[in-house]
Design a protein around this ligand. Structure first.
Ligand SMILES: Nc1ncnc2c1ncn2[C@@H]1O[C@H](COP(=O)(O)OS(=O)(=O)O)[C@@H](OP(=O)(O)O)[C@H]1O
Ligand SMILES: Nc1ncnc2c1ncn2[C@@H]1O[C@H](COP(=O)(O)OP(=O)(O)O)[C@@H](O)[C@H]1O
Length: 520
């Protein structure tokens, strides 16, 4: 059945909403609850938003066919979209006024419905429409409907959702979506569209101006709740882009304090957040942002996290408060700076970052490059994975989270050494693009030179200078790169060395030749 919108209602709504903002709502439903069928029955156009999780029904001011005043809605469903549109659209989640929780009447309330409701409550959305769909599968039974509503209300009251309107639906047959239909005369309440349209929201959104006696805060370290929505887990130490309002900064998760259980008030210990989990984390950003706590101001306290490599939204967050340490630590000005040191050393400081599989030749080549530079009178320092792991990073192993932290620390140390005026050589497997990018972004344009020491796994394994591949193949060494731990190849390295076809000396020569014009 296709639905033709009631233009009288829409027009009446247009006039009455002239000075109001468009209503924004999200539809949350577990797999198979009928989100798409419902979306197709609503008199608003739809557009997919989040990979794997969220999609956007885009009506309101962007609606081309229905005028300018219909509700906006976001739909928790499957779908793919990327880039700026996705980022803009995510903002709708923080401004959603109403959530439609869609439950399959034949299934009753599922764990996913509890999780969605928890999310809705976390986002501060206080108005919920409980839409019990597929009533046709339970013979339009009032008792079945009432049982689910009672279950839901008792759960909802525990998580602070009190304002709930329950509606029995058959999205397939159109009952109670726009018109009541004939199957459920016992339902005396409203239909879904009338219910949405009757929620009449004041205040237009705009620029933030805060009163002098209640100013917004400016800080660069916060405690926050993060809702993680990506297959690759969130790791402490990894950095992402953080967008709040019109501000975009680089954010590093400095500590995952705990993971929330979505079914109980429990706090779970966690070193990473998997897809669809929620955690309380400390974050640090590269420059101060203006914010208010999310529970005081949803617009100025909500943020999204964007993966720096794929540019996809990977998480949403709610700012709690600035960490006090952030307010008490200031950058200290120094008069003898990098430029002064560079002049006295007569060289352009930089970081030569060697990345590649174990046995690819990173250490051998980096060592030869350093010898040549040293002989030329350059001031250098070689940071090598094996060596750093005996000291600064001896607390770290080879899990993903430990490798992320390993490279973060090395990148920070490397930055200090570049600041000291040195040509720094770093030889680390550094298997993840994200951390190599972090290392690059800590430095100034042109200072980071990524050198991909490339070799087929089979040749690295043949070389096996430390016997580690043999151990890994036997199962005596876990998480070994290339065997049971991933290596993400560089996409645009400044220098690409194919060590299967060139000797260590040829490779070192190529590096020195390439960087000479850069480092003078
Ligand atoms: N599980 C596992 N996987 C990879 N490598 C292992 C592992 N266990 C020990 N080793 C030895 O540690 C060296 C790699 O350390 P890195 O600090 O470069 O690794 S990483 O960048 O954090 O991935 C690496 O040195 P290279 O062979 O020079 O690469 C190995 O000698
Ligand atoms: N073209 C080459 N470049 C670098 N190393 C090579 C090459 N051909 C053979 N090798 C040998 O491969 C091994 C590489 O080991 P190493 O430099 O420790 O690698 P990594 O630091 O990447 O683990 C050394 O034994 C080295 O002599």
């Amino acid at each position: 059945m296709t639905y033709a919108p009631d233009s009288t209602v829409i027009n009446a709504l247009s006039r009455s909403q002239q000075h109001r903002k468009a209503l924004s709502f999200i539809i949350c439903g577990s797999v198979g609850s009928g989100k798409r069928t419902l979306a197709s029955q609503l008199p608003y156009q739809s557009e997919i938003l989040f990979e794997g999780q969220l999609a956007m029904l885009n009506a309101g001011t962007k609606n081309k066919t229905q005028g300018a005043d219909n509700p906006d809605s976001a739909l928790l469903a499957e779908g793919v979209s990327a880039g700026q549109e996705q980022i803009d659209a995510a903002g709708h989640l923080f401004s959603a006024d109403v959530a439609v929780i869609l439950i399959d009447a034949s299934q009753g309330m599922l764990t996913q419905d509890r999780q969605h409701s928890h999310l809705v409550s976390l986002l501060g959305i206080r108005k919920v429409i409980l839409a019990i769909n597929k009533m046709d599968l339970v013979n339009y039974s009032e008792i079945a409907f009432q049982r689910i509503v009672d279950d839901y209300r008792s759960f909802a009251s525990q998580i602070g959702l009190a304002h709930i309107t329950a509606i029995p639906l058959s999205a397939l047959h159109g009952d109670n979506i726009v018109a009541p239909g004939n199957h459920m005369p016992w339902h005396q309440g409203t239909t879904l569209t009338s219910c949405l349209e009757a929620m009449e929201i004041d205040i237009a959104r705009g620029e933030a101006i805060s009163a002098a006696d209640a100013p917004a805060s400016v800080a660069d370290q916060f405690e926050s709740t993060i809702i993680w929505m990506h297959d690759a887990p969130l790791f402490s130490g990894r950095s992402y882009l953080l967008k709040t309002g019109s501000q975009t900064v680089t954010a590093t998760i400095t500590d995952i304090k705990y993971q929330m259980s979505m079914d109980s008030p429990e706090h779970l210990a966690a070193t990473k957040l998997e897809n669809n989990t929620v955690g309380v984390c400390n974050i640090s950003v590269n420059r101060p942002v203006t914010f208010k706590p999310y529970n005081e101001d949803r617009d100025m306290g909500g943020f999204i996290l964007i993966d720096r490599v794929s540019n996809r939204i990977v998480g949403m967050g709610l700012l709690h408060f600035a960490l006090r340490r952030a307010q008490n630590i200031h950058m200290q000005h120094v008069d003898v700076d990098k430029a002064a040191r560079a002049i006295s050393k007569e060289q352009k400081p930089c970081m030569l970052w060697f990345t590649g599989l174990s046995g690819s030749g990173k250490s051998t080549i980096a060592n030869l490059v350093e010898k040549r530079l040293h002989a030329m009178g350059c001031h250098t320092y070689l940071l090598d994975g094996d060596n750093v792991r005996h000291g600064l990073n001896k607390d770290l192993g080879f899990t993903e989270v430990d490798r992320v932290e390993n490279i973060r620390r090395v990148a920070e140390v490397g930055k200090l050494m570049v600041d000291a005026g040195l040509i720094v050589l770093a030889a680390f497997i550094s298997p993840f693009r994200s951390e190599r990018r972090l290392a690059r972004e800590l430095l100034e344009e042109g200072e980071f030179i990524e050198i991909f020491v490339d070799v087929p796994l089979s040749i690295a394994e043949e070389r096996d200078p430390k016997g580690l591949y043999r151990k890994a193949r036997k199962g005596d060494l876990k998480n070994f790169t290339g065997i049971d731990s991933p290596y993400e190849t560089p996409q645009a390295p400044e220098i690409h060395l194919d060590t299967a076809s060139m000797s260590p000396d040829q490779a070192a020569e190529l590096v020195v030749e390439t960087i000479q014009p850069m480092s003078n």
